[in-house]
Ligand binder design. Structure first.
Ligand code: HQG
Length: 183
């Protein structure tokens, strides 16, 4: 049985493989981003990242942000969001809350207020329903600042929003006119 620390290390490795670089271990994802669990175990083991099916089940169930999903037949695993590689998670457009939040670092503010929020190397811009979550995301990048997004206006004006399985709001871009922040 793995310790929490070991599971966290495996989780980070799986984020890298399943969101960004499956080819780094010779893994092929299907169009919806699913990886065969048996293949994943073998290919990770070949890179000396050793874990069992049971470790994976525990890691998925306990993951603080529910980053991964295992299919009902228990044969496949995928990252719920955060990809840079093209996958079609088959998400249905959803009506967003009136306001959504995006946490970022203060040093990005000038560029964001000029260009809007861009998805950079991910498939979507990531937005949160809760300020606290957004602040934590911002802290990952430096001195945090939380931007308030007028999601209702965006939706009215034709922007499409998706909700990932782990409740992250996703959209293609956020033009600067929909962004507010407190000094
Ligand atoms: C910034 C974590 C300059 C943007 C989190 C962000 C999230 C701009 C950074 C998920 C910009 C991209 C994603 C512009 C956006 N000029 N900077 N025009 N537009 N940016 O990591 O949203 O723990 O790709 O503000 O919880 O920080 O990995 O995106 O600071 O859900 O599961 O460019 O990652 O989840 O950074 O984080 P990221 P993010 P996990």
């Amino acid at each position: 049985m793995k310790s929490d620390k070991e599971l966290k290390g495996i989780s980070k490795y799986l984020s890298y493989v399943l969101r960004h670089h499956p080819e780094s271990i010779g893994l092929v994802l299907d169009e919806q981003g699913w990886a065969d669990i048996d293949a994943l175990l073998v290919k990770c083991a070949a890179k000396n990242v050793l874990f069992e099916r049971e470790d994976l089940a525990l890691l998925v169930a306990q993951n603080d942000k529910q980053r991964f999903a295992i299919d009902t037949a228990q044969n496949k695993i995928r990252a719920n969001q955060g990809h840079s590689i093209r996958i079609d998670a088959a998400l249905e457009p959803q009506l967003p809350p009136e306001v959504l939040y995006h946490g970022t670092a203060t040093r990005f503010l000038p560029a964001i207020l000029e260009q809007g929020l861009l998805k950079q190397n991910r498939l979507h811009v990531h937005l949160s329903h809760e300020i606290g979550t957004a602040r934590n995301v911002g802290t990952r990048h430096g001195v945090p600042v939380v931007l308030q997004i007028d999601a209702a206006a965006m939706q009215r004006e034709g922007f499409i929003f998706y909700l990932s399985e782990n409740k992250v709001w996703l959209t293609e871009q956020v033009p600067a006119k929909y962004i507010r922040y407190e000094e």
